[in-house]
Design a protein around this ligand. Structure first.
Ligand code: Q9C
Ligand code: ZN
Length: 675
């Protein structure tokens, strides 16, 4: 069997809980692993997890107190979050320790150690700013030396206790961070390379602990250039870094983070970079890198301990990272690492600059360390389309060293993807030109495969697949990942259940925004999906005083039928179309059509909004008689449920239509105007 073609490759449901196994590279014992995961949900397992936090590390700050993303509050908010959640109380809290010079000098030059040691002394008061300005992205003050020594020493201490077996795992909540620091240079907010010092300490100073192989996982959004260089020729350390690279333009710019950088001499093959070429990567992208690179390699390498350069700047909301990993995503990534080394994992904080995101992500991780299970949550179903080529390139470059990377990923797997971020008014021509990896070919291949699998496919599908329409969305479907669930299947924020998707999973051919002279309003008391508050409708009748923003997706009429079914909670497998060519024709004449099969549902009314480039524009909303009921008060008009409003705003903002403020004002306005 093709190793990666199992569960999700039939074009049915992708639900979050099976998302893990869907993406796992089979051929390894993933099945067993996930059974364990379920068994452990009972929560009986309590592990010994060490924590180090010391307020002294907050004294490292900008010299004149100006704002900086790498601020003292970063570690404070993490510590407070762990306390408020009652999680630190379940851990072993250790005192911090200063690193010893001889341990620092395992990876740093004597000069560098001396510089950091003396940088905060009175004698350096006058030269400190100058020294900092000559370094790349470094500030220094009177508290920097001590904080740097405590950060490195604390990671060493947790690593030692975990290696000894006194702790199962631990988290050193430290700053300044470390992974950019090179042998003889501070950079990127980093003074000493905390994780590298700890790794080298275990390998070189503590042979008694029996640690012979160390896996360093660096999920900070930036490349761990310092760590990479320190173990470049060392086969005892497998360094894995996933980071934004942007063809070498993302910090720390250059080629160091390229996937071709695999190590040298005896260390060849023991350095793995996964370089994203765009921001916006989220859980699905990271998990794809886990399932198809890191986890299989880790199984082969079989490390004795894992050190985790745990920056949280790939988290959603981070001002520097621009990615979207959720606390749930971090918990799944960490949980997957616990398969190895009997869960001996040492987490060290690196970057992460959104205080709320880093606190929540840290909490999620410590919960995983304590309970050995993932937290509740969900994420987008598929990686971005640009993610698979990166993963394939890495696998190809490294398969000589790691045989588990040798198999080609199947078409079915790599067709599970979200089209790359919003191309406003794209022409099909430019899409073809921008398609160096043959997406068009892949899609045509996919539809061939689907036809073989698709036994429910009847002639109406073939006929309606030939007709394009614009589906105009004004509700949560404006948020593209949400709408894509109706096409590709899956589950994102705000969906209680996974969608099955359309039979034809090809992404929309174009996406554009337009304004229509119809009234947007919010009604109903409560919905199962969104809770208390109204959901969006648009008045089927046009009124030139009204304006509704709509996101238009160009899909086939077949797909539109499947969207209509899912929106109205009907099964997909009907043997006749709900909205066929005849209906389309009468919609044009009658403005709106109420298909029989959905006539009792809330979004059953298919409304003709005109044509765009000869292609009909359709939306779905409530009936005119329902509008009358809203007007009379028989059914209440209500402002949108909170979660629902959030999704609408997300759609408008991420779709590039509005700024956050404009989107909020737009929704508020529609919610407050009387019908
Ligand atoms: N144009 C860590 O996350 N950015 N360091 C400098 C200069 C530096 C990040 C931008 C980012 C360093 C540990
Ligand atoms: Zn970073």
């Amino acid at each position: 069997m093709d190793p990666s073609s199992s569960p999700s490759s039939d074009n049915k449901t992708v639900v979050t809980s099976s998302h893990l196994s869907d993406m796992a590279t089979a051929g390894q014992s993933s099945g067993k692993y996930y059974e364990n995961l379920d068994a452990e949900v009972a929560g009986k397992i309590q592990r010994k997890v060490g924590l180090i936090y010391d307020e002294t590390m907050c004294k490292h700050d900008t010299p004149d107190g100006e704002d900086h993303p790498e601020c003292p509050d970063r570690i404070r908010v993490i510590w407070e979050k762990l306390q408020l959640a009652g999680v630190s109380q379940r851990c072993v809290v250790l005192g911090s320790s200063k690193a010893e010079d001889k341990h620092l000098q395992l990876v740093h030059t004597k000069d560098h150690v001396n510089l950091v040691k003396t940088i905060s002394t009175k004698q350096k008061d006058y030269r400190r700013n100058k020294i900092a300005s000559q370094l790349n992205s470094i500030y220094l003050n009177g508290g920097s030396s001590e904080a740097a020594y405590l950060a490195a020493g604390s990671v060493v201490k947790v690593a030692e206790k975990v290696a000894e077996g006194e702790l199962d795992s631990g988290f050193a909540i430290v700053r300044p961070p470390g992974h950019h620091a090179e042998t003889d240079e501070a950079m990127g907010f980093c003074l000493f390379n905390n994780v590298a010092v700890a790794a080298s300490y275990l390998l070189n100073e503590r042979p008694d602990l029996g640690v012979k192989k160390i896996l360093i996982v660096d999920w900070d959004v930036h490349h761990g250039n310092g760590t990479q260089k320190m173990f470049w020729k060392d086969p005892r350390v497998l360094f894995f870094s996933v980071h934004r690279h942007e063809y070498g333009s993302f910090y720390p710019s250059g080629d160091d983070g390229d996937y071709n950088m695999v190590g040298e001499g005896p260390g060849e093959g023991f350095n793995i970079n996964v370089p994203w070429d765009q921001g916006r990567c989220g859980d699905a992208d990271y998990l794809a890198a886990w399932d198809h690179i890191l986890i299989p390699v880790a199984r082969e390498f079989n490390p004795d301990i894992i050190l985790l350069s745990a920056g949280f700047d790939a988290a959603i909301g981070d001002p520097l990272g621009g990615c979207r990993v959720t606390p749930y995503g971090y918990s799944v990534m960490l949980k997957k690492l616990m398969e190895f080394t009997h869960g001996k994992i040492v987490m060290a904080l690196e970057g992460g600059y959104n205080l709320d995101s880093i606190a929540k992500s840290s909490l999620a991780c410590v919960q995983v360390l304590l309970e050995d299970k993932i937290i509740q949550g969900s994420s987008e179903a598929y990686p971005f389309e640009s993610t698979w080529p990166v993963i394939q390139a890495v696998r190809k470059r490294l398969c000589a060293y790691w045989p588990s990377l040798a198999d080609e990923l199947s078409w079915k797997l790599i067709n599970q993807k979200i089209p790359n971020p919003i191309i406003l008014i794209s022409s099909s021509d430019s899409e073809t030109e921008d398609d160096p990896h043959g997406l068009v070919y892949q899609i045509s291949k996919l539809s061939i495969e689907n036809h073989q699998v698709d036994t429910a496919s009847t002639s109406w599908r073939a006929d309606l697949a030939k007709v394009d329409i614009w589906y105009a969305s004004f509700g949560s479907n404006m948020w593209k990942p949400r709408f894509l669930c109706y096409i590709q299947g899956g589950q994102v924020d705000g969906l209680k259940k996974a969608c099955v998707g359309s039979m034809d999973k090809s992404p929309p051919k174009e996406i554009v925004w337009e304004t229509f002279p119809h009234r947007l309003f919010f009604g109903r008391e409560y919905t199962a999906r969104w809770g208390v508050g109204g959901v969006a409708f648009t008045n089927p009748l046009a009124n030139l005083n009204d304006q509704t923003q709509m996101c238009l997706y160009r899909i086939t009429l077949e797909q539109f039928n499947d969207v209509l079914c899912q929106e109205n909670a009907l099964n997909l497998d009907s043997d006749s179309a709900i909205f066929d060519l005849a209906a389309l024709q009468s919609a044009e004449n009658q403005i709106s059509i109420l298909p029989e099969a959905v006539s009792n549902s809330w979004y059953a009314n298919v409304v003709w909004l005109g044509k765009k480039g000869d292609i009909p524009i359709l939306t779905m909303t409530c009936t005119l008689s329902a509008v009358e009921k809203f007007k009379s008060g028989e059914v209440p008009v209500r402002p949108p449920a909170k979660a629902y409003a959030k999704t609408l705003i997300r759609g408008l903002v991420e779709g590039g239509r509005f700024s956050e403020e404009e989107a909020e004002a737009y929704i508020d306005n529609a919610a407050s105007k009387p019908l």
